[in-house]
Design a protein around this ligand. Sequence first.
Ligand code: ADP
Ligand code: MG
Length: 234
Amino acid sequence: MEATIEVSGLRKRFGRTVALDGMTFSVRPGLVTGFVGPNGAGKSTTMRVILGLDAADEGAALIGGKPYRGLRHPLSHVGSLLDAAALHPGRSARGHLLWLAHSQGMAARRVDEVLDLVGLTSAARRKAGGYSLGMRQRLGIAAALLGDPATVMLDEPFNGMDPEGIVWIRGFLRSLAAQGRAVLVSSHLMSELQDTADHLIAAGRGKVIADTSVAGLIGAASGNRVAVRTAAPQ
Ligand code: ADP
Ligand code: MG
């Protein structure tokens, strides 16, 4: 499978802080790739560099072999809740998406499709200012899917989600991958990704410390348990 996102040797400093220290990985279509690491590991900065929102000091980030080309590029990003806060509180979710679709030259009929996809149809005409954090996340995901992107990046989409929302988003990410899309999803919690992702990229201090299939990881962990049991005194 051809990689849809390729990040190679990214380095980025903010003053004296080294945010990225040679970040290198690729993301393939048809898989959910989890991007896990503690706060400050460089996950958001990597995504911002992929999107061209931050410039790297060194290295390259390519999407389908090319640098990001803006809104028309077949990559969509669901930002942090701070981005969702930019939503006009007096506007309905549907109104917000119609405005986005219009400003990006996309078909208005896609708005009702994506509202349905994220389970917001019945609330779509309510003022988005009254939405829960989980509903805002769903709205952010709906916005990201407006352009029917081949690649979707989600930065900490589990934040602010209630337990029902977490179950929903897991299934939803799986369905996006089953449609052949490449999905890159970040979290600071392994527990949020281990049942969702096919592949895991673990980051720490601006670089990749593990790049493995989830099956391989579970296999290694159970292998270790067997080894420990075997080694234990009888
Ligand atoms: P993560 O998303 O994994 O929590 P970030 O990419 O947000 O990590 O941050 C990586 C490092 O870069 C952190 O030390 C953070 O404080 C720093 N950093 C990120 N953005 C900025 C910025 N705009 N200005 C200064 N430091 C930043
Ligand atoms: Mg982050």
